[in-house]
Design a protein around this ligand. Structure first.
Ligand SMILES: C[S@@+](CC[C@H](N)C(=O)[O-])C[C@H]1O[C@@H](n2cnc3c(N)ncnc32)[C@H](O)[C@@H]1O
Length: 244
């Protein structure tokens, strides 16, 4: 079962959210967050074809639709995620980034919080880069190395070893562990579950990510979101670039 099925199936009830209640609702707030996150302006997607790779429940698919996209293709390896995304997008399907064949037809490709959950993040980057047409934009988010220390070994180079401990826990024990984190550090149960549950939680520096863009033939890279806002944490490298 893909790592995220459990999260999208069992950890989406109101009681698992605290500060970030409504984080997965399809509302105008998502559109505003998306604009700030990517730098995309109102109407910029009119007539454009977009791809949401690793869409999860589809909050950013929704934002792209609202910003005028002619079509948004959304896919995720988790069938539970796709069940949710289908509520707003008929063009949502179960698929794996690593199975993508080169198909440079998209004006905009989003891959937010996805690639670091794969054994080989760099290979995944190459696959999604191959979907962007010349002049199109790719926006990715991966975890920022600088914040590894906040995740008790579950993020960065030690993640695979640490995940073995998590796997031994029952669902109830996992929730308890997240509750403890909420009590001692803050945030909400969903957020901690999201941090602990995946087997792979690699992290990177913005320099590394910028180099990937260069290697795949992109330029005009921009590092986005340097201060906290709404539901977008800043412990991430958020970067976009234009395919040349
Ligand atoms: C943290 S969630 C982010 C979801 C969404 N992009 C968002 O920002 O709300 C990561 C998602 O990536 C998906 N994912 C991870 N590896 C994938 C792969 N190789 N192919 C497709 N989806 C993948 C997971 O199933 C999960 O739904």
């Amino acid at each position: 079962m893909p790592d995220f099925d459990e999260q999208w199936e069992k950890v989406m009830e109101e009681k698992y959210f605290n500060k970030k209640k409504g984080q997965f609702d399809f509302t105008q707030k998502r559109v505003e967050e998306f604009k700030k996150l990517t730098g995309v302006k109102d109407n910029e997607f009119v007539g454009k074809v977009c791809l949401d790779a690793g869409c999860g429940p589809g909050i950013w698919t929704y934002a792209m639709q609202k910003l005028g996209a002619k079509k948004v293709d959304s896919f995720d390896i988790s069938a539970e995620a796709i069940k949710r995304c289908r509520k707003i997008n008929p063009d949502a399907y179960v698929s794996d980034i690593l199975d993508l064949k080169s198909n440079p037809v998209y004006d905009f490709v989003l891959c937010l919080g996805v690639l670091h959950h794969n054994r080989n993040t760099r290979e995944g980057f190459s696959k999604i880069a191959s979907q962007v047409k010349t002049g199109g934009m790719l926006h990715v988010m991966v975890y920022d190395k600088k914040h590894d220390h906040e995740y008790d070994g579950y993020r960065g180079n030690t993640c695979v070893e640490k995940h073995k401990e998590w796997e031994k826990l029952s669902f109830e024990e996992k929730i308890k562990m997240c509750e403890k984190k909420v009590e001692t550090i803050g945030g909400d149960i969903h957020g901690w579950f999201d941090a602990f549950n995946p087997e792979f939680n690699w992290s990177f520096s913005s320099e590394e990510v910028e180099q990937w863009f260069e290697e795949e033939g992109f330029d005009k890279m921009k590092l986005r979101v340097k201060s906290h806002f709404n539901s977008i944490p800043t412990s991430q490298v958020n970067m976009n670039g234009i395919k040349s």
